[in-house]
Design a protein around this ligand. Structure first.
Ligand code: UDP
Length: 314
């Protein structure tokens, strides 16, 4: 049985990855310090023999007994309000945490996949974003703590690949959504759905003309799985190129929820990217991957999840 370590296992993406590897017949070791992760996301895995959980902060020395075939490093705050609240931890998990895990990968002769991000492109001057674009990031702006941690993460991972011949994979993840996102994580999708369901105004930042491209979580997980098993060590964008403005997105959420809420405009956060859409030519040609779930279908499934969360809270 192949053994995989997933860091950030109790988070949104980490928990879905654990599910996928369990379904594929792996032994899964989940690791999380539970700062932004939620143990409820993986509670259903605890009775399984081929799942174990380690409550640990990967910014500190990491040890796992036995052999490891794969390490997937998904531990990190990922929403702007989270990484602004804990900026130093964000920098540490991307830098020190990645270094610790690369060392572990080397010791175990494991293949390491890191969760990078479209944020490495910053407020992009090239559109759509190809992997060749170097980005437009403000290192000392508020988002710099996340963006530069992830850029460093890519650099050190590539250095281990080049100088230690470690097998590495780099996925650049674009905005992803689905069940197990936190309702209060501040990102636009949970924010709008929560506001619509509670009958509050939807808060569009700036004039709402900025764009994002939203990928459903099962598509993302499938792209990551394919990348891990591929032999491609350069960064690969995984995301859904279906681009939409935040204004259009607000209207979609209002229609979907049948809410009578209004859209109000509040100041745009510093360095908020004006446009974002992945060029997925590489994922298509190298991994044979493209997204399958349309936004309308993905939003319907996500809405059901959030309705359940709100019901249990009340
Ligand atoms: N946004 C918004 N209202 C909100 C939260 C976010 O208009 O309540 C905007 C935000 O300014 C950004 C976009 O939605 O332009 C996506 O923000 P999110 O935090 O979801 O992710 P990002 O892509 O910025 O990391």
């Amino acid at each position: 049985m192949k053994r995989v370590l997933v860091t950030g296992a109790a988070g949104f993406l980490g928990s879905h990855l654990c599910d996928r590897f369990i379904a594929e017949g792996y032994h899964v070791i989940g690791m999380d310090n539970l700062i932004t992760g939620n143990i409820k996301n993986i509670e259903h895995l605890f009775p399984l023999k081929n799942f174990e959980f380690h409550h640990h902060d990967v910014s500190k020395f990491v040890h796992v007994a036995g052999n490891l075939d794969y390490i997937l490093h998904f531990a990190s705050p990922a929403s702007p309000i989270d990484y602004l609240k804990i900026p130093i931890q964000t920098l540490k998990v991307g830098s020190l945490g990645t270094h610790n895990l690369l060392g572990l990968a080397l010791a175990k002769n494991a293949r390491m996949l890191i969760a990078s991000t479209s944020e490495v492109y910053g407020d992009p001057l090239v559109h759509p974003q190809t992997e060749e674009y170097w980005g437009n990031v403000n290192p000392v702006g508020p988002r710099g703590v996340y963006d530069e941690a992830k850029r460093f993460q890519e650099a050190i991972t590539m250095a281990y690949h080049t100088y230690h011949h470690l097998e590495t994979r780099i996925v650049r993840i674009f905005n992803t959504y689905g069940p197990r996102m936190r309702l209060d994580d501040g990102r636009v999708l949970p924010a709008f759905i929560g506001q619509a369901l509670r009958g509050e105004n939807l808060t569009a930042f700036g004039d709402g003309s900025q764009t994002r491209s939203f990928c459903y979580v099962s598509d993302l997980v499938d792209g990551i799985y394919r990348l891990l098993l591929s032999d491609y060590a350069q960064p690969v964008n995984i995301g859904n190129p279906d681009e939409i403005t935040i204004n259009e997105f607000a209207q979609e959420i209002l229609k979907l929820t049948g809410s009578k809420s209004k859209v109000i405009y509040t100041p745009l956060p510093t360095d908020d990217p004006k446009q974002r859409r992945p060029d997925i030519t590489k994922a298509k040609t190298i991994l044979g991957w493209s997204p399958k779930v349309s936004r309308s279908e993905g939003l319907r499934m996500t809405l059901e999840y959030f309705k359940g969360v709100i019901k249990t809270k009340n």
